[in-house]
Design a protein around this ligand. Structure first.
Ligand SMILES: Nc1ncnc2c1ncn2[C@@H]1O[C@H](COP(=O)(O)OP(=O)(O)OP(=O)(O)O)[C@@H](O)[C@H]1O
Ligand SMILES: [Mg+2]
Length: 308
């Protein structure tokens, strides 16, 4: 649905986006992660046909972003990082305005407006003025606006920035709903917890360069090569570590105080034999759990060193 080859953008001396190769398939939720100034917004704007690439190639749904601007605009819903709302306009008028811009038949517009208001939970605000909405509501309205023409691909530039925790969760639920509807979504953020559990693929960008991209699972595997089980014991951690070291499923053991980390093969599904082994070796286990490897961890590992 989205493909870029060597996509680049220079602003004078500065290379904001540097030879990006990205591929996003239908139904993917691609988390586009990077620190401030990494080039996320510039990339998204190029995909949305708003910034002309200096070099390279990009297509959305098979349409070239330079040659087929109108086709690209038809298939994308773009939510910018900063967006204006117009004064003296009611919520439904705002949506009607965009529906009109997308040349949607006047007869079909009321129904579509109700649908997107329902989806974004803004029906009660239908007749309110846009400027009177709270920030979170404006954000949802902006998302509603990107949906009026039923785009296949959503380009969302930090849709949850500036929202309180509750509004963030609501935004996440809304995005999950869009995912269930089969949309392909590219979502940028530098708040990693916002994207974990939600994206199936990610790309990490820093100083205009894509450091890594692909399915979250694969990236974790690449980085870790192993799953980590964290075990806490009541006593004799040394004995427990020794018992684990001899086990065929365990690749490596680390001991830190009363906490033991056992590294097992990434593809190992069932870790219960290890627990049984410990118990039958007389170890008094107080906790046994797999360490969650989250996006934060991946991000810190990958961007380490390159940040200077
Ligand atoms: N119109 C422009 N003219 C000159 N430089 C620009 C322009 N737009 C962006 N840049 C520069 O390009 C680089 C990338 O900016 P971009 O906005 O794409 O980063 P970002 O990853 O979206 O950052 P943030 O997380 O802060 O939103 C920055 O150094 C920025 O100053
Ligand atoms: Mg940005």
């Amino acid at each position: 649905m989205i493909k870029t080859v060597g996509l680049s953008k220079r602003f004078g001396e500065l290379t904001a986006v540097d030879g990006l190769d990205i591929e996003i398939n239908e139904g993917d939720i691609f988390g586009f992660i990077g620190p401030n100034g990494a080039g996320k917004t510039t990339t998204i704007k190029m995909l949305a046909t708003l910034v002309r690439p200096t070099d390279g190639y990009a297509e959305v749904c098979g349409y070239n972003v330079i040659k087929h601007v109108d086709d690209v605009k038809r298939v994308i819903g773009y939510m910018p990082d900063f967006f204006g709302v117009y004064d003296d306009m009611k919520v439904w008028e705002y949506l009607d305005f965009f529906a009109m811009a997308y040349k949607i038949d006047p007869g079909r517009r009321p129904r579509i407006i109700d649908d997107v208001l329902e989806l974004t939970d803004l029906m009660v605000k239908k007749n309110d003025y846009v400027e009177a909405l709270s920030r979170g509501m404006k954000q949802r309205l902006c998302l509603a606006k990107t949906l009026v023409h039923d785009p296949k691909v959503l380009l969302l530039d930090e849709p949850a920035s500036g929202l309180d925790p509750r509004a963030r969760i609501e935004m996440r639920e809304l995005l999950s709903e869009l995912r269930r509807m089969g949309k392909t979504i590219l979502i940028s953020s530098h708040i990693l917890t916002e994207l974990s559990d939600f994206c199936n693929t990610i790309g990490i960008i820093e100083q205009g360069k894509l450091l890594v991209s692909g399915p979250v699972e694969e990236i974790m595997k690449q980085l870790h090569g192993a799953r980590v089980i964290e075990i806490k014991v009541k006593s004799d951690a040394d004995g427990a570590a020794a018992a684990l070291e001899g086990h065929e499923l365990v690749e490596r053991v680390e001991l830190e105080g009363e906490t033991i980390r056992a590294y097992v093969d990434f593809d190992l599904e069932d870790t219960s034999p290890l627990m049984e082994h410990l118990v039958s070796s007389g170890v008094r286990v107080s906790s046994f759990a797999e360490l969650e490897v989250d996006l934060e961890d991946i991000f810190m590992r990958i961007t380490k060193g390159a940040v200077q």
